[in-house]
Design a protein around this ligand. Structure first.
Ligand SMILES: Nc1ncnc2c1ncn2[C@@H]1O[C@H](COP(=O)(O)OP(=O)(O)OP(=O)(O)O)[C@@H](O)[C@H]1O
Length: 444
């Protein structure tokens, strides 16, 4: 039974609310003031508090502060809607204006109780996930991953620049998110930018912003992504793809903590923590003159090397089960398991596309599987003959993707291509990387 506390100094209103809520099966306690309520015991004993904004002694606003996680609905008169707005800002979950009718009151109370119960459930679920997967839902117990977690724990709370290295699909973005979530900047923004997915001609303006008239088409002043990350974390994925001019601007941001928009004559202060990632060997690129050495030293303060999936041993079956559960949830399918042979194949496969490839193979298998078991036929890993009854699909989804891209890339832009495939531009870029379908330069 939900326990509701009413703090209201007008006896008639207090009694009316008490009667009405009790009749609807709620346990109701009452108090004339915040002081009296506190004398009766901790506010946390209640599931919900209904408090008048004007009370003798301490005000309804102070009830909100004292209530902690217990939701508070503020009662106010029509004349003081302004104070209701202030109460919501202060943390009240809702307000109800007097005079109100019983039905309106009950609906408001029911809604607040329902939402609070949901929030508590989510918090409990999050705690469970965190307990199972200590670093923000990243699966892995292998020694190689334990080392990664240790580094993340150690470096996350600092403002140090981090360089995450690892093959494509090893979870670099996931680690960047974990670093942000475990930092003091977690309430600030996390801006993730895939440097390879933005056309070279636009990248400077996208990252650093521009003034009105800085170039053709710049018809308004715009803040860049680096500035948007101020107070939080900037994650630059595929940093090796950053063109020379953008590398120079980024270096300045890191050295001076200030940014100059394209076409601007003055700089502005920014406060970012940079996390960068690449699957390429930056040191070699420096040697070949493709990446600035000074920038390399700036970003390579702390390195986190993600192991390839094939080096993670026992993590593979655990990850497979985790991703199977995730795919079933996403595709609205009842829970499934792997056949013994299916799981063995997963463990023996080389996974050149790492966790992302595993995730895609499992998602496709869930779509193709007939029953509650994912078999080797559903997985259709290379090196095996493809199943003959492919549910009417003669091509695998990857073959289909490859053929579609090759047929249409001449006539469509990348954005249009992605839209036609029903995926984001970033996903298109990633699929191209994974399947080795390099972009053909368009004429003109
Ligand atoms: N250890 C892990 N536990 C759970 N999920 C993971 C793990 N590693 C990766 N994933 C999942 O695999 C997918 C690919 O991961 P992510 O995008 O972080 O890889 P990446 O290294 O940044 O790839 P790329 O270099 O191609 O951008 C994501 O859906 C991610 O959630």
């Amino acid at each position: 039974m939900a326990e509701v506390l009413i703090i209201e100094d007008e006896t008639i209103i207090r009694d009316a609310i008490q009667r009405h809520l009790s009749r609807h099966g709620m346990g109701v306690s009452t108090a004339e003031s915040l002081e009296e309520a506190l004398d009766q015991g901790p506010l946390a004993n209640h599931d919900l508090i209904l408090a008048d904004i004007r009370l003798p002694g301490r005000s309804g606003m102070e009830v909100i502060d004292e209530a902690g996680p217990v939701p508070v609905i503020i009662m106010t008169s029509y004349a003081s809607i302004r104070s209701a707005v202030d109460a919501m800002r202060r943390g009240a979950v809702d307000y109800i204006a007097k005079p109100f009718d019983n039905e309106e009151l009950r609906l408001t109370v029911d809604r607040a109780l329902r939402e609070h119960a949901l929030q508590r459930q989510n918090a409990a679920l999050r705690a469970r996930v965190d307990a199972d997967y200590p670093v923000n839902g990243i699966v892995g117990r292998s020694p190689a991953m334990a080392q990664v977690f240790e580094r993340v724990d150690r470096v996350a709370p600092t403002d140090t620049t981090v360089l995450i290295l690892g093959e494509s699909g090893t979870g670099k973005e996931l680690v960047a998110r974990a670093l942000h979530e475990q930092s003091n900047r977690r309430d600030g923004p996390l801006i993730a930018v895939n440097c390879a997915a933005i056309p070279e001609s636009l990248i400077e303006a996208e990252l650093f912003g521009h003034e009105k008239g800085a170039f053709t088409g710049a018809d308004a002043t715009r803040e860049g992504l680096v500035e948007s990350a101020s107070g939080g974390t900037l994650f630059l994925d595929e940093i090796a793809e950053l063109p020379a001019a953008a590398q120079a601007r980024l270096l300045r941001v890191l050295q001076e903590s200030e940014i100059r928009r394209v076409g601007a004559s003055h700089s502005r202060q920014v406060d970012i923590r940079l996390v960068a990632a690449t699957h390429r060997d930056l040191q070699t690129l420096v040697g070949q003159g493709h990446f600035r050495e000074d920038l390399y030293f700036r970003i390579n303060v702390m390195e986190i090397q993600l192991p390839a999936l094939r080096e993670r041993g026992e993590d593979v079956p655990e990850l497979a089960r985790f991703l199977l559960e995730k795919a079933c949830r996403r595709l609205n399918r009842p829970a499934m398991t792997f056949s013994e042979e299916g799981l063995r194949q997963i463990m023996n496969h080389d996974w050149p596309g790492n966790v992302r490839e595993l995730e895609n193979v499992i998602e496709r298998a869930v779509i193709l599987a007939d029953g509650a078991t994912v078999t080797t036929d559903d997985l259709a890993l290379p090196g095996r003959t493809a199943p003959t009854d492919n549910h009417g699909l003669n091509l695998s989804l990857e073959d289909y993707f490859r053929e579609f891209v090759r047929t249409h890339e001449g006539e469509l832009t990348e954005t249009e291509l992605a839209r036609r495939l029903g995926i984001s531009r970033k996903a298109l870029w990633e699929k191209r990387q994974r399947l080795g379908i390099q972009r053909r330069r368009q004429a003109g």
